[in-house]
Design a protein around this ligand. Structure first.
Ligand code: COA
Length: 317
């Protein structure tokens, strides 16, 4: 039996930092409100001209360096994003041209905040099937480009960044199991238009925050329980939970329901805001590079987002 494992992780945040105090000057909001309701204190915003693929390239090169691999070693690119550079070609292809690994399959998945979970799950299957040896699963976003900076209910939440993992074949399971779901019945609770549906011309993120909050907590709890049950383990067996970094209260509520102490939860939302598809690989890379996550640790990753789409994965790092 062939498995896949994470050879290395990488991430990148644009240089510009936007604090809650900066937002106070732009909107009728306050640092106290944002911190109490979301846990967010600051976030990174892409510079003019800096694209989703630019951020992803930095993250991918960091992962390749950490793995001691060259771009030519990559034979599959799966790119999770909801803020692509272009309608087409997809971001995976644009990134491939920069890396120079021409000819290998490259595609995007547009499952909003779950983009990385979908990318990871698909990449794992390619490696297990023997169709790829070194597969990149990426989550990268420039949500600042689809944020209505006059709407205080969304502008304080979303931000930019990128994260990536490089998968390689392994004798023992690194990616132990992945579990993906979607329910399109909820599409209008969280969406961005500006596509070919002319009845939804605005690209600005539109969200019913209260509804999203409640469904996110319930769904993420069930998603984690599904993954634990599939592997016949209890929460106490986990070394780390690396959750989607949307809102500290969602993360705390989920951890509480699972009886998981916050000391075993990686949280970056205070510094990164909600970076959608980038949030889980960014938090994972932060955990690895800060020395919290070590080789052999058992980790549960989860994300939830527009669609709704959601997914979780159990990994042995
Ligand atoms: N600053 C100050 N006040 C704000 C504000 C801001 N940035 N945004 C909203 N408010 C106000 C509202 O206008 C409302 O005022 P009112 O009572 O006078 O009408 C009040 O704060 C409460 O708004 P409400 O939407 O009920 O707040 P909340 O506690 O639900 O928090 C969110 C709002 C958006 C933080 C919360 O619903 C949330 O995080 N939802 C999930 C969002 C999410 O994670 N989405 C992505 C999923 S991937």
């Amino acid at each position: 039996m062939r498995y896949s494992r994470i050879a290395a992780t990488g991430s990148y945040l644009p240089a510009k930092v936007l604090t809650n105090f900066d937002l106070e000057k732009m909107l009728n909001t306050s640092d106290q409100w944002i911190r109490e309701r979301t846990g967010i204190e600051r976030r990174h915003i892409a510079a003019d001209g800096e694209t989703t693929v630019d951020l992803a390239e930095h993250a991918v090169r960091a992962a390749l360096d950490a793995a001691g691999c060259r771009p030519e070693d990559v034979d599959l690119i799966i790119f999770g994003t909801t803020t692509p550079n272009l309608f087409f070609p997809n971001c995976g292809v644009l990134l491939q041209a920069r890396l120079g690994c021409r000819g290998v399959p490259a595609f995007s998945v547009e499952t909003a905040c779950s983009g990385f979970m979908y990318a990871l799950s698909i990449a794992d299957k390619f490696v297990r099937a023997g169709e790829a040896k070194r597969a990149l699963a990426i989550g990268a976003e420039t949500l600042s480009r689809i944020t209505d900076w006059t709407d205080r209910s969304t502008a304080v939440l979303f931000a930019d960044g990128a994260g990536a993992v490089l998968l390689e074949p392994a004798e023992a399971p690194g990616i132990v199991s992945t579990h993906l779901h979607a329910d399109g019945g909820y599409w209008d609770l969280l969406y961005s238009g500006g596509g070919t549906d002319l009845s939804k011309p605005s690209r600005a993120i539109t969200m019913k925050g209260n509804d999203v909050f409640k469904i996110a907590v319930n769904t993420l709890t069930k998603s984690i329980e599904e993954t634990l049950a599939a592997n016949r383990i209890v929460p106490a067996a986990l070394d780390w939970l690396v959750p989607h970094q949307a809102n500290l209260r969602i993360i705390q509520a989920t951890a509480r329901r699972l009886d998981l102490p916050m000391e075993r939860v990686i949280t970056t939302v205070q510094d990164h805001g909600n970076t959608s598809a980038a949030s889980v690989p960014l938090a994972l890379d932060f955990g690895v590079r800060s020395g919290k996550i070590r080789r052999g640790d058992l980790i549960l990753l989860e994300a939830f987002g527009g669609g709704f789409t959601w997914g979780s994965a159990l990994i042995r790092y």
